[in-house]
Design a protein around this ligand. Structure first.
Ligand code: UDX
Length: 459
């Protein structure tokens, strides 16, 4: 099938590359000429495992192309995916300007029939707004021969596993209308997703508004699980309970399940913080107050400060003269994404108190340099106290403690004897609960996890 993807960000690029891999003829549009040049020259603007291979293969076989030419992109696809960003407005609502600009271009240039798929995460009612914008353009052109239908097909891709998630989805949620154009669109979308439904039906058809809402509900539920566990972990620290044991204990109940119950130093990324806020914002528009979600957000804001608080409790308020090793800058492993990363909150806390910090991340160092330069634009003196090292062990040299913020595989089994000999004090603050507190005690390492103070309480 002929597909156009509008927006070559994270979602658009993964969607375009995977649909090309499945045999479709895909043209990706981006207005950022620089990004398109990178892609046309064989580069990839983001770090996503496996994506480079399928982009390269499908560029080579001609099924995946990139352009900045809006008219050509609209002409190309029978199906037009809108996969542009929906950044939060100042009030937390999703900013739809890029989505609606894409809709306007479709209306301006389209001929015949088009299926327009909202892939971006957008609030309930957005498909109707997209429809109105396209219809207004068509009526201005007096293009009576043109018709279209807007479909909602939210993505559930996890960064770091996006190709796998796209190729082997748990579910495909599709919201479509039941009028004549809606049914025509449904038939085309059904055909597009046929390869995913061979062994079992993975598509859930519903009305458009429910599909839009499903995306927010999924992310809000996952964020709620995390904040719930983080809240319990903080209590576990007070009462001498190991939250990891509790996680196993409750996760084995199939009604609860094991996933997304990991306590840590808070969730980040482009989706959870933004989507929780946007859902709260939608609720406010209808005079509803989502009490649980407000708490989820504030527990998470607090959780990003927990490591800093533990460090201050151990070393005091004034950290001048203290040096720390920090492992992990990205908001989670297997990505270079620094959006809403807990490392940024910790760095601000420690640097503002005078500490010096050596940092390491397997892939996010360039992105961290860019983002931290902006975070500390007004405090160049603080920024200068960050040192980037290319080997994690080098960061620990003469450090007062090792701080772990992201659970990269490379950090899971360090050479502890080397670590102990490098560190000034054998102390680990582990924001992702990578190690067993008993093992650490046996090794003579003072260990501060999240919700794992069972040993220290027992003493
Ligand atoms: C999320 C959703 O999982 C995905 O379906 C949606 O499409 C986009 O948002 P992503 O933001 O890539 O994906 O990351 P995810 O793996 O869900 O992790 C989000 C954050 O939660 C990370 O900061 C992670 O460290 C944190 N997390 C996750 C926890 O703190 N504990 C957990 O148990 C799981």
């Amino acid at each position: 099938m002929k597909i156009t993807i509008i927006g070559t960000g994270y979602v658009g690029l993964v969607t375009g590359a995977c649909l090309a891999e499945l045999g479709n003829d895909v043209l990706c549009l981006d207005l950022d000429a620089n990004k398109v040049a990178i892609l046309n020259n064989g580069g990839i603007p983001i770090h996503e495992p496996g994506l480079d291979v399928i982009v390269a293969a499908n560029r080579a076989n001609g099924r995946l192309k990139f352009t900045t030419d809006v008219a050509a992109s609209v002409a190309h696809g029978d199906i037009q995916f809108i996969a542009v960003g929906t950044p939060p407005d100042e009030d937390g609502s999703a900013d739809l300007q890029y989505v609606l600009a894409a809709a306007k271009n479709i209306g301006k240039y389209m001929q015949g029939f088009k299926v327009v798929i909202d892939k971006s995460t957008v609030p309930v009612g957005t498909a109707e707004k997209v429809s109105k914008v396209i219809a207004a353009e068509l009526s201005q052109r007096n293009a009576k021969e043109c018709s279209f239908s807007v479909v909602s097909n939210p993505e559930f891709l996890k960064e770091g596993a996006a190709v796998e998630d796209f190729m082997r989805p748990d579910r495909i949620v599709i919201g479509s209308d039941n009028d004549a154009v809606g049914l025509h669109a449904k038939a085309l979308v059904k055909q597009l997703y046929t390869p995913f439904n061979r062994n079992r039906e993975r598509t859930y058809w519903m009305d458009v508004r429910s599909a839009e809402f499903t995306k927010y509900a999924a992310n809000a539920m996952l964020a709620t699980r995390i904040s719930f566990m983080n809240e319990l972990a903080n209590l576990a620290d007070c009462v001498g309970v190991d939250i990891e044991a509790v996680r196993h204990g409750i996760g084995s109940d199939p009604r609860i399940g094991h996933s997304f119950l990991y306590a840590g130093c808070g969730y980040g990324g482009s989706c959870f913080p933004k989507d929780v806020q946007a859902l709260e914002r939608t609720a406010r528009e209808y005079d509803q107050d989502l009490l649980i979600l407000r708490a989820v957000e504030s527990v998470n804001d607090n959780q990003k400060q927990v490591l800093g608080k533990k460090i201050i409790a151990r070393f005091g308020e004034n950290l001048a003269g203290h040096h720390f090793a920090l492992w992990g800058l990205a908001f989670k492993p297997n990505t270079d994404d620094m959006r809403a990363a807990s490392s940024r909150v910790l760095l601000r806390e420690l640097l503002s108190r005078g500490a010096t910090i050596s940092v390491h991340d397997p892939v996010a160092m360039d992105e961290a340099r860019r983002v931290l330069a902006l975070d500390f634009a007004d405090q160049p003196e603080q920024l200068a106290r960050i040192t980037y090292v290319s080997n994690p062990m080098d960061a620990t040299n003469k450090a007062d403690a090792l701080l772990i913020v992201t659970e990269w595989k490379a950090y899971r089994s360090p050479d502890f004897s080397q670590l102990k000999s490098q560190l000034k004090n054998p102390i680990i603050f582990d924001g992702r609960n990578l190690f067993d507190p008993q093992d650490m005690t046996d090794l003579g390492i003072e260990y501060h996890g999240i919700g794992r103070s069972v040993l220290t309480q027992a003493k």
